[in-house]
Write a protein that binds this ligand. Structure first.
Ligand code: KIV
Length: 298
């Protein structure tokens, strides 16, 4: 019989995962018996003052690598519109496309919590429609939670979805789906009025039922105030070191993209250059008939 751990993760990484006190997944195949990170895990981490790490993912191969590395949460972000589909904004991506990518990510993951973004127009029309669409992300795609953008305008929607049993992650500060309303990707909350509103929105989102809130591109001091004011975890992207967790778009942090380098992105590698070099080498080897060799042929 084949060893299922070979397919999705090293034995060492699975062993380490088994020592954590996450919730077991009952009734799932053997390969799925690993304990998944849940909203409760993140809450306990906050209580213990332990930071957690998140990345975006859009396909099974990358999700498997991030999961094996020990990432706690993978977000199937609407940034798939930029990263995978080549759009300028996140607005064009559809619910069906997020479902497709979420299914792919889940096939690569044993331990990470997988959260699916609700795309533009999938939750704004009415709480009922938002619930129906959030339900598709859970039932068809298999996500553990959904994320949606906004503060006071989405409170009723958040309450409706979370009361029905679907965990909701909020998203405040820079909210890319509103790019045409704001007109720029500037830092939010630098002025007192806007900062007060973001803090109020964060408290209201917690009361409405959010289990965590992404804080994007706001001053570090504002993120500290919000993080201290809430019992639920905050997840920062361009929001400084005081958030309970951090998230980055993986193509930015691995240096695969080179046209987007804001100061909040730390590039842990410059993979674009290494990929260009490797592909260039391959092109050259084909051209000079040094690939394939006898050993690589039948
Ligand atoms: O879509 C996305 O990738 C996001 C993160 C930037 C938080 O919303």
């Amino acid at each position: 019989m084949s060893d299922p751990t070979k397919q999705f993760g090293t034995k060492a990484s699975l062993q380490q995962q088994k020592t954590e006190s996450d919730t077991p997944i009952y009734g799932a195949p053997a390969v799925r018996r690993t304990k998944r990170v849940t909203r409760q895990t993140l809450l306990e981490r906050k209580k213990r003052g332990e930071r957690f790490s998140c990345l975006t993912a859009y396909d099974a191969t990358m999700a498997q690598i991030f999961d094996e590395a020990g990432i706690d949460l993978l977000l199937v972000g609407d940034s798939v519109a930029n990263v995978v589909q080549g759009h300028e904004t996140t607005i064009p991506v559809t619910l069906d496309e997020i479902i497709y990518h979420t299914k792919a990510v889940l096939r690569g993951v044993l331990r990470s919590m997988v959260v699916a973004d609700m795309p533009f127009m999938s939750y704004q029309i009415s709480p009922e429609e938002a619930f129906r669409n959030a339900g598709r992300l859970m039932k068809e795609a298999g996500a553990s939670a959904v994320k949606l953008e906004g503060g006071h305008r989405v409170l009723e929607i958040v309450a409706h979805i979370s009361e029905a049993g679907i965990p909701v992650m909020g998203h405040l500060g820079l909210t890319p789906q509103s790019i045409h309303q704001f007109g720029s990707y500037r830092t939010r909350g630098t002025e007192k009025k806007e900062a007060d509103q973001i803090l109020r929105d964060a408290k209201d989102l917690e009361r409405a039922g959010c289990f965590a809130i992404v804080l994007e591109k706001i001053p570090s001091e504002l993120a500290r105030q919000i993080t201290e004011a809430l019992t639920i975890p905050t997840i920062g992207i361009g929001a400084g070191v005081h958030c309970d967790g951090q998230i980055l778009v993986y193509t930015d942090m691995l240096g695969i993209t080179n046209d987007f380098q804001p100061r909040f992105v730390r590039r842990y590698d410059v993979m674009r250059e290494r990929m260009l070099e490797a592909v260039g080498q391959y092109i050259n080897d084909v051209r000079t008939s040094t690939f394939p060799s006898d050993e690589e042929s039948y």
